[in-house]
Design a protein around this ligand. Structure first.
Ligand SMILES: *Cc1c(COP(=O)(O)O)cnc(C)c1O
Length: 458
């Protein structure tokens, strides 16, 4: 068929409208989605990639395009990877109860920036500062958009056109283009690297101090470890050196463990211990080990926090009432030491017996739906993810589907296409569903997804 003939067979807009009239889509939505599908089709014709036009198929494509458009693209997925703080899947999950507690504050008016006693304008940052003082032992605290913003604000406020000293072993890159040297350059601070990749001594820091220096910065090795012939000075020595030279000592902690007791397996120091060692400022994320929402938390000396608040940039980096309210409720659970109520911590702390028995339950439900599937309960390793406790392996249990002659990549692809999408790990001829990140409420969906994905892959 010639290209001209193909073009002439493309359905007309009035036809499309008529075909889709029984659906409740707004006319302009249908037109928008039809234009998208049809221009794609015209392009394929012009490239000679199509030699027949199936009108029903075109109409169906337009219908599913409308459906996807109306549904929106951001949606729930099932995390069967076992990576608890999965940055691509939204980092820390939140418990529904916690979210409900924030509803009243978030949906209506609140005293976000209103001083109820005085009857006039208040400050949005003080709401959480008392909780953070209690939990970290710091004099004061400040919340902003994320920890990247915290690093940027601190360097911009205290080291613009000055030098900030960092060990060569700590010039970290976090996924998603956060690199210490680049953030530093953007903030206006000059990076003064000291030591080597594997060894940095306190004398290296000492020798680098000049009249230009204003900050000594330490950065958490979030996603790597340096092992073997290594050395770094104790935190106390870095803080003393900063004190002696009237410099600011700052530790970018990244992960932000609040309490030793909240996480059984983790060997990172809690924020309180780091403050105790003498750092003037520390910063960490709200949605890593803390288990809250995207936010950056700065804790430290009051006069420094006051300076940070006075930086014009704070207006650009400030958080809204949703973040503050959810964080307030999470911090309350820490104060009550009710760690079970923090979903991320609950996932980390689930013991092997429970994971094993839940694996049995999930396998049973999958086999009830499709008895032909070859399932096995296997011990696997989960990871924390999110730049926390790097290389720390946590034992877990998984349901493993042995795919036999079917390609595991094909099944994995269909699992992603399922509604809700199931994201999982694969190995040679295996689909692995790690129970650590799977909740009971998701078993039925996973069973449906596995059954469908296998049938689609046959
Ligand atoms: C994760 C991390 C950051 C970035 O924090 P976000 O909250 O993702 O912006 C910065 N520094 C370190 C050391 C980190 O681990």
């Amino acid at each position: 068929m010639s290209k001209q003939e193909l073009y002439s067979q493309i359905p007309q807009m009035h036809e499309i409208m008529e075909q889709l009239s029984s659906h409740n889509y707004n006319r302009s939505v249908v037109k928008y989605c039809a234009d998208k599908v049809l221009s794609n089709l015209r392009e394929k014709i012009s490239e000679g990639k199509i030699d027949i036009i199936d009108k029903d198929k075109v109409i169906n494509n337009i219908m599913s395009s409308c459906e996807n458009f109306i549904q929106g693209s951001l949606k729930k997925v099932i995390n069967a990877t076992g990576i608890v703080i999965h940055t691509n899947l939204g980092r820390s999950p939140l418990s529904g109860d916690l979210f409900k507690k924030s509803m009243e504050t978030v949906c209506g008016y609140s005293n976000l920036e209103y001083d109820i006693d005085a009857g006039n304008r208040g400050d949005r940052y003080h709401h959480l500062s008392e909780y953070l003082r209690y939990l970290t032992g710091a004099e004061d605290a400040l919340i902003l958009n994320n920890n990247a913003a915290a690093v940027f604000l601190i360097l911009n406020t205290f080291a613009e056109n000055r030098e900030s000293i960092v060990s060569r072993g700590e010039l970290v890159e976090i996924g998603g283009s956060f690199r210490i040297p680049e953030v530093m350059r953007k903030s206006g601070a000059r990076l003064q690297e000291v030591g080597t990749t594997n060894k940095t001594k306190i004398t290296d820091y000492e020798n680098a101090v000049s009249p230009e220096t204003s900050v000594i910065m330490k950065v958490h090795k979030s996603n790597y470890i340096i092992k073997g012939f290594t050395e770094e000075p104790p935190c106390e020595q870095i803080c003393q050196l900063a004190d002696k030279n009237d410099l600011i000592s700052y530790y970018d902690l990244g992960s932000g463990l609040i309490s030793d007791f909240s996480l059984k397996f983790c060997d990172e120091p809690p924020v309180k211990d780091v403050i105790d060692k003498g750092f003037d400022l520390v910063s960490f994320s709200g949605d890593k080990l803390l288990g809250g929402v995207q936010a950056g938390i700065i804790a430290g000396k009051k006069h420094l926090i006051d300076k940070l608040k006075g930086n014009q940039l704070m207006r650009m980096l400030r958080v809204d009432k949703i973040t503050l309210s959810l964080l307030q409720n999470i911090l309350k659970e820490y104060i009550n030491e009710d760690y079970e109520k923090i979903r991320t911590l609950r996932m980390f702390n689930e013991n092997l017996d429970s994971l094993k028995s839940r694996s049995d339950d999930l396998a049973r439900i999958i086999n009830n739906l499709n008895p032909d599937l070859k399932l096995e309960i296997v011990q696997v390793t989960s990871f924390t993810g999110g730049g926390s406790c790097p290389m720390q392996e946590i034992n877990s249990y998984a349901v493993q589907l042995n795919t036999g002659s079917i390609s595991e990549a094909e099944i994995e692809k269909h699992l992603r296409e399922f509604s809700p999408p199931v994201i999982c790990r694969t190995a040679d001829k295996k689909i692995i569903l790690d129970l650590r990140t799977i909740s009971k409420e998701e078993y039925e969906d996973i069973a449906g997804g596995i059954d469908w994905a296998v049938k689609m892959s046959l």
